[in-house]
Ligand binder design. Structure first.
Ligand SMILES: O=c1ccn([C@@H]2O[C@H](COP(=O)(O)OP(=O)(O)O[C@H]3O[C@H](CO)[C@@H](O)[C@H](O)[C@H]3O)[C@@H](O)[C@H]2O)c(=O)[nH]1
Ligand SMILES: [Mn+2]
Length: 736
């Protein structure tokens, strides 16, 4: 303790300087607020139009017309309010920058222990070679190796993963020292050696590359054959003998293997490396990733007990070797840093194509919205690329005395057999694990709800976006997977809204109002699907039927509608370009928002309701990180991938056809009654535009349904059903 105090009292002045700085926006912010106010003014005019207009000339607005009017009124109120909520993310953004040089001057190698948790769950869709690349990249982080430990949790309970990890443990001895000696970036050997530009041109590099290639081949061969080579089984018998002969993915004992033990005196300084596959039994719920995180928290507390914890998905390799130091600049800062519980880095990907066909990057969320959240109290915890304080994630409240800082020396070496019970199925029975301790259970987005609970205990969080992306993962490479992933997210966030930790009631008074609104933006993804669906369908069908929904193009009431539409889209485009996107990328993203809202979010919404009624359970569908060759080629060429039969595609197909039929019918009417055409365009102008845009944005869908022949096209059955459904809907409407 004395030593700690000295560190802050003595030393040169410079040592008292903060370790990070927070920058707010000034000039631009005022402009933005004025702009937002103008949009809101027009939104109010839209509401006003809806309220006064039917009263003006109401002769035949009875029955169905009155109903449509009411629907439009309600939806526009919803959109207006939702727009308001979203502004909270732009109201008060902040950017953080760190001073790693000050950190090293003040602390040198005297840093807290850092435990990295990497989670994997399935050796088929999460290839072991990818997983070990992630592991190797964090082992080589710029951090004192004796203070660093990497834990791999394998929910797949697979010998292949342990085999790959044992290969990696060997290779790490070369890799880590090579990285540090030549300061290479990135530190995932796979990513490093496949980038042509920055690989060192030296004998040492060539040698390491060769070693890596040999290892990669061995791992890939084993993965392909689904068999660990005989000699390795013998060599690492201590590990493999822990598998019972009848062990399966869902039913096996705890397997714990310390592959590299930094607690013992080693000749080479190398981070500790641990493999854990917690016990699984069919009669016990394993709580997916949250369950494995909690097992890791307990197991690691008996091995290295890092004060700081970094959580990574198995596909997220460290792309910037300084990220741990950057995060520590925040967590170790003596003033402002003290109230920060976790430091979140954005989730970026290294497999995106130029125009990000599936809008995976969520550019605006990462580069605008999360900075906005940070200004309001802190970003969400998004499950990966996040540095936590161990005692906080384990339940410590803000203001509670921090646990007596045990010196970072390890007191005693506990043998694995003594630790294994901590990862058993029954350990958590009647405990607070999954509730007040550790990562929370029962929600498909365990991360977000855990972060919210931490913030409700009085903590803040911080968001860091260094120029060189800290971590890079694998984004879904086909439409269906993307939609399934988004369904899980929207469903989980919506469940939070309805849960006992709801940002709306539970968080009231515990976190700021701005942050509550920020959470609501995401928690309302699922329910926002319904208004979008109804609005688009009603607009198209009314166009088809010749029922005008919006003011005449030349009337003054048209202005607010036009202004809101143009301003909102122009702003969104500008923001997207400002974040470094392309025009096409923006267009693709708009399509994806439409698809997410009308499929993922809608099913997420319905399934949540069903779950609340006790009809169904939500599961965690893991996102595949590999694609078969032809599909991967199409992805590279940015050709949209359909290929599977799914209820999501059926819905998207039906809606796409509906808009097409309605638009075509309306255009035909226009052509045939060309004398009145002008009047029609006047009264229906905006509807033509809306449905027209919907048709244009759906172009890749029509291609997939009718024009393509490859394997990624829409399955014939889905196409046929969609056409039949859309035609029947149009026929019903036409006859009614
Ligand atoms: O039973 C399980 C299921 C998943 N995982 C791991 O959890 C991670 C995330 O799974 P993935 O299928 O890649 O989901 P994503 O949608 O890409 O993940 C985001 O969203 C999840 C919540 O929905 C968070 O848990 C993740 O951290 C966050 O990156 C992966 O490393 C998996 O191996 C487990 O360890 N056990
Ligand atoms: Mn993932």
């Amino acid at each position: 303790m004395a030593k700690e105090d000295d560190r802050f009292r003595s030393g040169h002045e410079g040592d008292r300087e903060p370790l990070f700085a927070t920058r707010r926006r000034t000039g631009g912010l005022i402009a933005f607020r004025i702009f937002a106010a103008s949009v809101f003014g027009c939104i109010c005019c839209v509401w006003l139009y809806r309220v006064v207009q039917p009263l003006e000339k109401d002769e035949n607005r009875t029955g169905i017309f009155r109903f449509i009017w009411l629907v439009m009124l309600i939806l526009e109120i919803w959109f207006g309010l939702y727009w308001l909520v979203v502004q909270s993310l732009r109201w008060n953004p902040v950017w953080r920058s760190t001073f790693t040089d000050r950190l090293s001057r003040r602390y040198g190698n005297d840093l807290p222990r850092l435990d990295v948790f990497v989670c994997t769950a399935d050796p088929v869709i999460e290839p072991p070679l990818m997983v070990v690349n992630t592991v190797l990249s964090v082992m080589a982080l710029d951090y004192p190796p004796e203070k660093l430990a990497v834990y791999l949790s394998d929910d797949g309970g697979s010998q292949l993963t342990l085999y790959a990890l044992s290969e990696a443990a060997e290779f790490a001895k070369t890799w880590v020292s090579f990285c540090k000696r030549f300061d290479v970036e990135p530190r995932s050997p796979g990513a490093y050696f496949s980038s042509k530009s920055n690989v060192l041109d030296s004998a040492a590099a060539a040698e390491v590359a060769e070693l890596y290639r040999e290892m990669a081949t061995r791992i890939e061969t084993a993965t392909k054959l689904r068999r660990v080579p005989e000699e390795s089984l013998l060599k690492y018998d201590e590990g493999f003998s822990q598998w019972d002969s009848d062990a399966t993915q869902r039913n096996h004992a705890t397997i714990l293997q310390i592959l590299l033990d930094g607690r013992k005196k080693n000749t080479v300084a190398i981070p500790t490396l641990v493999y854990l596959s917690r016990e699984k039994r069919p009669e016990h719920h394993h709580h997916y990733k949250a369950g494995s995180m909690n097992a890791l928290l307990r197991v690691s507390s008996k091995i290295t007990r890092g004060r700081i914890i970094l959580n990574l998905d198995c596909d997220m390799y460290a792309n910037n070797s300084k990220s741990a130091l950057e995060a520590l600049c925040i967590l170790l800062d003596e003033k402002e840093g003290k109230e920060i519980a976790f430091v979140q880095f954005p989730q970026f990907y290294d497999n995106l194509t130029r125009n990000d066909l599936y809008g995976s990057m969520m550019r605006v969320i990462a580069d605008v919205e999360f900075n906005g959240l940070d200004g309001n109290g802190g970003p969400l915890y998004i499950g990966t690329g996040c540095f936590h304080r161990r005692d906080v994630i384990c339940g410590r409240k803000y203001g509670d005395e921090e646990e007596e800082k045990e010196s970072d020396e390890i007191q005693e070496i506990v043998e694995p057999e003594m630790i294994k019970p901590l990862a058993s199925c029954t350990y958590e029975k009647d405990s607070q694990w999954g509730k007040e301790m550790g990562v929370k259970y029962g929600c498909p987005v365990e991360d977000v709800i855990t972060g919210l609970a931490i913030q409700c205990r009085g903590w803040k969080s911080a968001y860091l976006t260094p120029k060189k992306e800290a971590f890079l993962g694998v984004a879904p490479t086909n439409l269906h997977q993307m939609l399934v992933q988004q369904k899980r997210w929207s469903e989980g966030d919506f469940q939070i809204l309805l849960s006992e930790y709801s940002p709306v009631w539970y968080a009231q008074g515990k976190i700021g109002f701005g942050l509550i609104l920020g959470y609501c933006c995401y928690c309302l993804w699922a329910p926002s699907s319904v208004p979008v669906l109804i609005y688009s369908v009603v607009t198209s069908l009314c166009l088809f039927k010749g029922i005008p929904l919006f003011p005449k193009v030349w009337s003054s009431w048209f202005f607010p509608f036009g202004y809101v539409a143009v301003a909102a889209n122009a702003y969104s485009l500008a923001e997207f370009l400002w974040c470094g996107g392309t025009l096409r990328g923006w267009w693709n993203e708009q399509r994806m928002w439409l698809y997410r809202r009308t499929s993922s979010f809608l099913f997420g919404f319905m399934d949540t309701i069903l779950k609340k009624l006790g009809v169904s359970e939500s599961a965690f569908v893991i996102t595949a990180k590999v694609a078969e060759e032809e599909a991967a080629e199409r992805y590279e060429k940015e050709v949209m991938e359909f290929g599977v039969e799914s209820r999501m595609f059926l819905l998207l197909g039906t809606l796409g056809m509906l808009h097409l039929f309605c638009f075509a019918a309306a255009v035909m009417r226009l052509v045939m009654t060309y004398k009145e055409a002008e009047g029609d365009l006047q009264t229906m102008g905006l509807q033509f535009v809306i449905t027209g845009v919907l048709v244009v944005i759906n172009w890749p869908l029509y291609e997939g349904m009718f024009l393509r022949k490859d394997k990624g096209k829409m399955p014939m059955s889905v196409t046929v059903k969609s056409v039949v459904l859309a035609l029947s809907a149009c026929t019903c409407i036409a006859l009614s």
